[in-house]
Ligand binder design. Structure first.
Ligand code: MG
Length: 270
C-alpha cells in the first residue's frame, strides 16, 4: 500500500515537516500466488493449436445467416430429413419459405442423431398476429437432451409466470431479463449445454448446466436444472445416457423455426 505524507505549513513560514513518499509495508507480506499445475509449459510451441474453422454469419430478419464450418446443420431451410416424430415416423411439421412450422396435434419432433454436451443455435418466431395470452400464446420449446426445456413463448407484452416465459428453464429458472422481440420477428437462442453425469450405480454425480443467450443477451448464466422439465412438478434427475436427441415441442401453436445448428463439445472444452 502506498501512502503519501503531505508537507505541513505553519503561519507565514513554510516548515516542511515531512515531504516524502513512503512505502508503508502491509502488515503481512502477500504470499506468492500458487502457480497452477499445468499439462503444458507456458507458451509451449509444441502445444497443439486449436482447429481452424470458418465462423458463421449473423442472421437478419430477412435472411438466415450461415453456421460455423464445424457445426452440424440440423435445418438448412429445405427439409426435415434430420428430424423425426417422437411418436415414430417422419416429422410432420410444415416446411416452406426457408423455415419450418409446428403443425398442431402432430406431436413433438426430435433429431435423429443424439447429442451430448453442445453449443446450440436456434432461431424462432412466434405467430403474427398473436393469438391468446399467457401460456397460450406462441408456445413451443427447445428440449435439451429431450428432457430440459428452454421455453419458447411469445413473451412480448404478454405476462405469464416468471419461470414459464421465453428463455426460462421451464418451471425452474426465469431468464435474467425479458429480451423477447415482437411476434413475427426472428429471435435467436444460443445455448451452451452440459448434460448431467451419473456414477455407474446411477447416483447423480453432477447436474446439467445451461447458459442461454436470447437475441444476443445473456439470460441464463450457467444455471443447473433441478432435473427434467415437468408441469407443476420438478422431477429429480434419473440416470440418462450422455447423448440424447434434441426435441422441439408441439404446443398447438404455429411457431416457426429456421437456421438450427449444433456443435458438440468435449468435456472441459477439450
Ligand atoms: Mg413450451
Amino acid at each position: 500500500m502506498k501512502t503519501m505524507r503531505k508537507a505541513l505549513f505553519f503561519g507565514g513560514g513554510c516548515l516542511a515537516v515531512a515531504t516524502a513518499l513512503s512505502m508503508i509495508a502491509t502488515s503481512q507480506p502477500s504470499a506468492a500466488p500458487q502457480e497452477a499445475k499445468h499439462e503444458w509449459e507456458i507458451h509451449d510451441r509444441n502445444r497443439p493449436l486449436p482447429p481452424v474453422i470458418t465462423p458463421g454469419t449473423a442472421s437478419t430478419q430477412e435472411r438466415a445467416g450461415n453456421p460455423p464450418s464445424d457445426a452440424i446443420v440440423l435445418f438448412n431451410g429445405t427439409d426435415l430429413s434430420n428430424w423425426e416424430s417422437v411418436k415414430g415416423g417422419p416429422a410432420k411439421w410444415k416446411v416452406g419459405g426457408g423455415f419450418f412450422e409446428t403443425a398442431a396435434q402432430t406431436g413433438d419432433i426430435q433429431t435423429k442423431q443424439a447429442f451430448g454436451d453442445c453449443q446450440l443455435h436456434v432461431e424462432w418466431a412466434a405467430p403474427d398476429p398473436p393469438h391468446g395470452e399467457d401460456q397460450d400464446r406462441g408456445n413451443s420449446g427447445v428440449f435439451l437432451h429431450g428432457l430440459y426445456e428452454i421455453q419458447v413463448l411469445d413473451s412480448y407484452k404478454n405476462v405469464t409466470y416468471a419461470d414459464g416465459q421465453a428463455a426460462a428453464v421451464y418451471g425452474q429458472h426465469p431468464p435474467l431479463v425479458n429480451a423477447t422481440r415482437p411476434p413475427g420477428q426472428w429471435q435467436t437462442y444460443d445455448i451452451i449445454f452440459h448434460g448431467p453425469r451419473f456414477e455407474a450405480g446411477g447416483k447423480l454425480l453432477r447436474p446439467a448446466y445451461v447458459t442461454v443467450i436470447h437475441n444476443g443477451v445473456l439470460v441464463q448464466d450457467h444455471v443447473a436444472p433441478t432435473g427434467p422439465t415437468g408441469h407443476h412438478v420438478r422431477p429429480p434427475y434419473h440416470p440418462t445416457p450422455e447423448k440424447l436427441p434434441l426435441r422441439l415441442q408441439d404446443h398447438n401453436h404455429p411457431v416457426r423455426y429456421r437456421n438450427i445448428w449444433i456443435r458438440e463439445l468435449a468435456e472441459g472444452g477439450k
